[in-house]
Structures are given as C-alpha cells and as structure tokens.
Design a protein around this ligand. Sequence first.
Ligand code: SF4
Ligand code: SF4
Length: 496
Amino acid sequence: MIVIRIGQLADQLGVHRNTIRNWISSGRLPARCISGKRYLLSETDFGRICREFGIDLSALKLKYVRGAPLMSREMELRELNVRRLGKPLGKLSDEPSWGSACMTCGSCASACPISGVDGMDPRKMVRMSVLGLEEDILESQWPWKCTMCGKCERACPQNVDIVGLVHRIRGLRDRSRVPGPLHKGVLMCLAKGNNLGIPREDFVAIVEELSAEMAEEGYPGFTSPIDKKGANLLVTVNSKEPFAEPDDMKYWWKIFYAAGESWTIPSENWEGVNWAYSTGDDDSLRKIVGAIVRNMYALECKTLLLPETGHAYYATRYGLERWFKEDLKNFRVTTVFDLLMSYLDEGRIQVDPSRHRKVTTYTDPCHYGRKSLKMFGHGYFEEPRSIIRKCAPRFVDIYPTGADNYCCGAGGGGWALPFKEERVFHGRFKSRQIEASRAGLVITACHNCRDQIMKSLRMEYDLKVDVKNIWQLVADSLVRPGARGSVPSAGRGREI
Ligand code: SF4
Ligand code: SF4
C-alpha cells in the first residue's frame, strides 16, 4: 500500500488538491484516511491514476506500508448498508407546496398528536418525500394513522401542504392494500350510491317507517319527502344512520318540520360521506361528487346540505370547487351552522334554553374549522358557539380552541380504519381538553367526532360527559311556538 498526502499527490499530478479530494470522496480514487491527514491507497489504484496522467510511477518517491486491501466507495457503502436516496423529484414532489419550502424546523412534529408513533412524524414524512424515499413512505402505515387534521399545517411557518401530501401518499398506494373497509366502501358507493351498499328499496322502506313513527310521536302529517322535485334543500345521509342508528335521522326531520322547510332526500346516491377523499382516490372522489350534482339537477333543488360529518361537507365541497365550478352557479352548498343560524335568526324555530343545564362545551370538527378556513377561506368557529349558547347557556370553551383545537383522533377515515390503539392515543389531547373544561355536555357537529368521544374516549379516559351533535342539541331544545317560557313564533314554522 502507498501512503500519500493530498497536497503532495496534487503537486505530482499537477491538479488542484480539491480534485484529489473529490476523486477520493466519489470513489474514483479508493483511499482510506489514516493519521496525520495522510491517505492509504493501493499500488494498483495509484498506478492507474499515474498512467492516466502519463507519470512514471518508478520515478516517484513514495512511502510503502503494509495494509488491508481498500474497498471501492461502492463496496464501502454496501458494507455500511447505506441507503441510496431516490430521485428528489418523484411523485411526491410534483407540487412545490408538499415539501420544497420545508425548513425542517419540526414545528409540525411538535403539533402533531401522533408524532413518534411508528417512529414517524410529519417532519420526517415531508423530508422523506423531498429525498425521494417514496417506497418507504408508501409502505408505511403511518400516513393512514394520520387523521389529516391539519394541526401540523397550522403550525408550519412555511405553509407546507402536509395534508395534501398525505392525500397523495394514500392515493399512490395499491388499492388492494388500502387498510380497513375504506376502498371497499368507495367501490360500493360507486356501484350502489352509498358506502354500505344499502339497496334503494330498503332505504326507502326505512325512511318511510321512521316517518310514520314520527307522525305518531307528535309530528302530525310528517312525511319524509323522498325524490321531491323543486325542494329548497337536498339533504344527504350518512349510511351508518339507516344501517345502525336510524332514529338519529329524526333530529334533522324534527327541525325541518318545525321550520316548515321544503326538503328532500334522494332515493339513490344519497351518501355525502366520500371515502375516496380519505383514500386519495381523486377519480372516484370526482365521480361520487358528480352523482350528487346529478341529483341536484334531477330534483331541481336550490341548496345542498351535507349534514353527516365535517368530512362529508369538506370532501364534497372540495370536489365541487375542483371539478364542478360551473355547476356551483346553479345551486349553493350550505352548512349545518348557516342553516340552523338562519332558522334561529329568522324565528323559524324556537329553542328552550332551560332544557340543557349542564356546563356545555364545543369541540371543533377539523374539517368545519381549521381545514375549511384554509381551503375555503372561512372556518366555522363563531356560528356553532352562537347556536349552542341559545340552547345551553352555561357554555365554556375548551383550550386551545377554534383553529388550534385538537382533532378527536377519528378523522381521515380513522373511525373505520383498523388502528384503534393509535386512534385512542391520538384522542388523549381531546380528552384532556374536555376534562379541563369541566363540562358535562360536549357538542360537536360530526358523527365521527361524536362517536369517537361518546363510544371510545369516554370509556378509555373515564370522561364523565354526554355528547350530542349540534342538530341533536337543537332538536332536543325545540319548543312549541307560544308555549310557556318560549319565544313567540314568527309564524313561519310548524307547531310541534
Ligand atoms: S413545520 Fe413546515 S417547515 Fe417546519 S418541518 Fe414541518 S413542514 Fe417543514
Ligand atoms: S394532519 Fe394531524 S395527524 Fe396528520 S400529521 Fe398533521 S397533525 Fe399529525
């Protein structure tokens, strides 16, 4: 083996010393650094370089030592099991806002409730996408444990679109490897018009049966107008209601009855929950939204209401604004909050504030709050609180609140996904927030938030609270116009 110094070799070859350093670091000249800033090279490699430069090896004054054979740079890397990075411009770098601007500050990781799960966090995910480690990210279950809540984006000083990146990562995974029932639900929705594949005749029968019950329960003449043409409101339904909790549909029906609303439910394609958004399947997302658009035209409705979950509203509106912009000139999309506010403000319904005496708080569904604020320019923070105060005056807010609120842990399809442990772990922040508020009643506006808090977090974290969706709170607070203690009717609603 030959011992050289970089400067000495550079002089002998007539090149700059940085050239020698580059050859060594690139592997062109295999050399090992030893003490005294010296390098060890094999006679063969040194001879090859000398031949390239037309230098007579025997004319040089060299120091020879015994030493272990040198490995090429390639072999050394293999020996060290060093990973080669992919192309920096891969499928996860198409959009500059997915990572190019990232400063690796880690604010997103600090904000994310599931940082550390599986050794991952949003900062690492962004870095991996920037470095082209796509196969590793697509293989990881972590992007499916993320609830796409946007808390990380809220903290990001560079406005990196972390949720958009998760959407893309999920969309790139082979459909046969989408966890849980989400992709099957998408296929079912495309084929049958709802995620659980409830046949049209069964759905109509359930709605008619429930309507008859309502009429007997003090709502004389009540019928659910299925496929009614020219109604003001077209209302979508969460398939888990007719499937498992049919009585929950009555909350909205009671409100519509009291308000004298003109509304309808389509007999087909009535599901607003769009799991294709959760699986990153844009093609199916567009088709499912398109079926709702066709219903709006076929039934000649003016307003679309998607009351199931924050997700249903957000995903459908996202799809409408992305692919059906022109159609939005022909009908409008409203939210549960705008509708309930208008009923209350116009006196179409009256509520009794004495029925809910418990200290009451509100947990912001991420899609209606933080995510709508970012995507559509308005987050629903004040409206729900105003509605709740009318029904349950002992209102207290939780901290942090509004756009900084924590996700319940069940978003992004999380309630249906097979990651219960992580879902409950995610929900520890929400549980602490609720506990610290000392509220006895928690209001939300999303079936997933309600189910996660009511059916999971209450037991897991021993929370002593009742949970209601805001439309249940309003329905449970409705009073007969003119009844004792109620606000006089404006005359537009119906007596109940
Ligand atoms: S907060 Fe934004 S800039 Fe900071 S590491 Fe996360 S993605 Fe990068
Ligand atoms: S969207 Fe929510 S769960 Fe996902 S990485 Fe961001 S903070 Fe974490």
